[in-house]
Design a protein around this ligand. Sequence first.
Ligand code: AMP
Length: 616
Amino acid sequence: MKNFSELGVEQSLLNAIQELGFENPTPIQEQTIPVFLETGRDILGLAQTGTGKTAAFGLPILQLLDPAARHIQSLVICPTRELCMQISRDLASYSKFKPGINVVAVYGGASIERQISDIKRGAHIIVATPGRLMDLMSRKAINIKNVNFVVLDEADEMLNMGFEEDVEYILGHTPDEKRVCLFSATMPKAIRNIANRYMNDAVEISVGKSNSGNVNITHQYSVVHAKDKYAALKRYVDFNSDNLYCIIFCTTKNETQDISDKLIKDGYNADCLHGDLSQAQREKVMNRFRHHAIKILLATDVAARGIDVSGLTHVIHYHLPDDIENYTHRSGRTGRAGKLGVSFTLLHMREGGRLKDIERISNIKFEKVLIPSAMDVRDKKLLAFTDTIINTEIEESIFDAQVMTGLESLMSLEKDELLKKFLSLELRRFSVDFANEPDLNIGAAGDRGSRDGASSKGYRGSRIFVSLGKKDGFDIRSFKDWVADSANISWKDLHVDVSGVYSFVDAKDEHVPSILKALNGITYKDRLVRAEVSGDKKGGSGSYGGGGGGSYGGGRGGRRSDSSEGGSGRSYGGERRVRERSGGGERSEGGFSGRRRSESFGGGGDRAAKPKRRYD
Ligand code: AMP
């Protein structure tokens, strides 16, 4: 691989990109920059967002322009104002050490007068959306007759948005001898037509056909009734809430606003982006999203175009896009820069055919997953909560005399009562009757409308509690292997959740006796192991999704079930733990209460031995 200098990039630009942390060129940069700088030919680039194409055309444009010439030398046309602002920001930062270059962004939704005066002050590069550029042209406020370079960025998206005629009009008003550089994530016929008409002998550069090439993205779907979509969305979000940072795509402005309003009302950290918002509102939303003040962004395809946000864990399709190509654009917003991402689609039954079309055309393999049951969501949240408590470092310095006085009332409670209260508070926060929430998967018990045989075959088995966990040196994989080996069954027939001091094993009913026989009462590292069937059957959404043969949605990149911290123990809190402790004796260092907690509450030793005072 050549470095930027070997590609011919000049020193002032090298200094800037070094400051930005670009160490090596991305594939599109490696292929585009030398052609741009050395050959004088047009370029037809097949590349999606996030591949580094802005620098691929931006660096050569900056290098080749003449700061002393006071006319517009390069024109970059892109579909949305967000992308427009982003490209102009990027160009400005690449040219930080090349003084005297003016980049002006012109886009709708902002004051045209101000843009006109910016242009009048002298612009070397114009970055524009087609509509605003046409407007400026009709007002004779811009002269593009002398441009040397025209870049069409995200050309397929411009056509999707109905800008074909505008783009052709604009190209028709540029000089014949200009060079054209066209980038597109897909190459439909209409793009080829433009290329044929407005480009000469273009060098074709491709960096991966579509997101199918992006192995970092896992494509998943669940099938629910249309009326259950919102509830299913919330379940999915809840189940993944520990790391979720996502865009949810809707089809219309109304739907975007509506779902966003509902989520906010239901206490989620969400907001929306669509064409009815003012520019100032959109920028505000984007800023908050970029800074993680909002974790869930609802957006239409158009509004989300050009948004470059790093670190998205999920892209969620509340509906599949009308245009199949848009699925590629949407899902390409996650799984960037080597990180894993999930593209999750909520389908209702009639949309199945469209999913197949996407699979075929985009060469993507979808994995079917189940919407977690409410109990699964509850259990996952509780596991996270208990683990947080267990792992919280105690700050002795805050326990001064006054705080200790406040704690006195808590210390008067029995351990198990105190813990039950803690967990009750945590559960009450969700104000849901978890046990009675319906299974939202089509084909689930009680769903008479199902025509989806696959999902109704979803795993239904039992859940076994095992008194070993991370504290005993297990992680999910090693625990699964250990259980499978001990019970002489295949690890593929098991799903496990491993917590700090205990674990759960989900298994088909036929395997339960051998697991109990193999584990219950044995000694592991000098510890007596307890294994027993948990209070309920593993109902609702089973661990093993119907068609997909895999876990729940969420988590990262195809290793969902193995990396899931979420478990579904049925008996949290007080009773089980306390019984366990008094039986096992050795768990105090990792368990719910025991010595460590008693001591830190004020060195009171064994709280249970104290007479019980009640203040409530
Ligand atoms: P783009 O596809 O141009 O929108 O770029 C996607 C992201 O990758 C942006 O955040 C760029 O700043 C970043 N980027 C572009 N080129 C490089 C590079 N060579 N090394 C590291 N990051 C890059």
